[in-house]
Design a protein around this ligand. Structure first.
Ligand SMILES: *Cc1c(COP(=O)(O)O)cnc(C)c1O
Length: 368
């Protein structure tokens, strides 16, 4: 690994490939895999990640919003790309970029069909989202008969996939809830399958779903966080490899006396004579204020350096009193040597939020 000279997010595509192969090994060979590359591939680089996965044999991609799908197409990605959360004003761009909309309400379904008819499209492929308890997006069970007849009455679009999303697949204390979601999805999807002659792909599991409910993989799984190296359990985290490593360097070291303060609003008051290091990244880079006030720590020469006081926009300060280090030394915020999950959990949040928050100001360095 190269030594950082500034703040960088290293993106290790070999680790991505390892995670991909591991997750593949957890599903039957006939089950397809959809890589979720929304939010800049969880804060990394969506085109670099998608291109690597396409080469490795991924079947499909998913993004949250249309613009993210357009970026994949502009970057040369050719496999099917599903847009999880399309809105009416996106339809033209979805069609122009051969993206697959996931339709989740009667309103959005009829609007999309209207557009498809106006453009004289035939059998444009779409998926539907079925609400089985997350209560976020998706058709209710009571709407399914209407949905079936809407599809039967048009040749402009073709139902090629249906899915639902698990709300607590990582939490085994909520097993009963998850099993009820799986049961509902099975029942509703079987009804839909019976109503049509052609093959309709079924998909339900996210990463934790694959790992905790292997009996529910259906025809395809949608995996995000696992590909990026986090499995939502200590056991899986040992096997998966973090793809992104956020590194920086020590810009300046200060020796301060007991009772002196550090940073805005005097957020840290030294209890003893203290040595501090200032690092060139702050909340504008995605290290939010919740990580300050000693809630969590960065890694310097193998040791924990707590983040002290309030995180500034462009900088943060850490306590290095007990660490042998100098200006210019490397600092690991999270990644290979230090789990993003742990860094985030210490401050009361989750790896998903931490890694997707790393702002576009931080340089991305692709390693393959
Ligand atoms: C984000 C998302 C996923 C990916 O979930 P992971 O826990 O990251 O694997 C899958 N499906 C839907 C609908 C999503 O919104």
């Amino acid at each position: 690994m190269p030594k950082a000279q500034e703040t960088v997010l290293e993106i290790d595509l070999k680790s991505l490939e390892h995670n991909y192969n591991y997750l593949r090994s957890k599903i039957a060979p006939t089950v397809k895999m959809m890589a979720v590359v929304k939010a800049f591939a969880y804060g990394s680089d969506s085109v670099a990640i998608a291109a690597k996965l396409e080469k490795a044999g991924i079947d499909q991609f998913a993004v949250a919003y249309t613009k993210e799908g357009e970026n994949l197409r502009a970057g040369g990605i050719e496999k099917p790309v599903m847009v999880l959360h399309p809105q009416s004003h996106n339809f033209q761009n979805i069609i122009d970029n051969c993206l697959t909309p996931s339709l989740y309400s009667k309103h959005i379904l009829t609007e999309f069909i209207k557009t498809a008819k106006e453009l004289k499209l035939q059998d444009y492929p779409v998926h539907i989202n079925i609400n089985t308890g997350l209560n976020r997006l998706g058709f209710a069970a009571e709407e399914i008969d209407d949905v079936i007849s809407i599809f039967k009455n048009t040749s402009a679009v073709k139902l090629v996939g249906m899915y639902s999303h698990l709300g607590a697949s990582e939490d085994l204390a909520e097993k009963e809830f998850t099993l009820s979601q799986i049961g509902k999805f099975k029942e509703i999807s079987e009804k839909i399958i019976k109503a049509f002659d052609h093959k309709i792909l079924r998909h339900l599991c996210n990463t934790s779903g694959i790992l905790n409910y292997p009996e529910a993989t259906f025809d395809m799984v949608r995996t995000g966080i696992g590909l990026y190296g986090y499995g939502n359990s200590a056991e899986q985290d040992k096997i998966l490899k973090p793809v992104g490593t956020l590194k920086t360097i020590i810009s300046q070291i200060h020796h301060i006396k007991a009772k002196e303060s550090v940073g805005y609003n005097r957020g840290f008051i030294a209890k003893r004579d203290t040595i501090t290091a200032t690092l060139p990244l702050g909340h504008a880079d995605g290290i939010n204020r919740i990580y300050g006030k000693e809630k969590t720590a960065v890694l310097i020469n193998g040791k924990d350096a707590p983040i002290i006081g309030n995180v500034c926009m462009d900088m943060l300060m850490v306590d290095i009193t007990d660490i042998d280090c100098k200006e210019g030394d490397q600092v690991i915020i999270f990644g290979k040597e230090r789990s993003a999950e742990k860094f985030a959990n210490n401050a009361g949040t989750i790896s998903y939020e931490l890694i997707t928050s790393i702002s576009q100001r931080v340089k991305r360095l692709i390693i393959d």
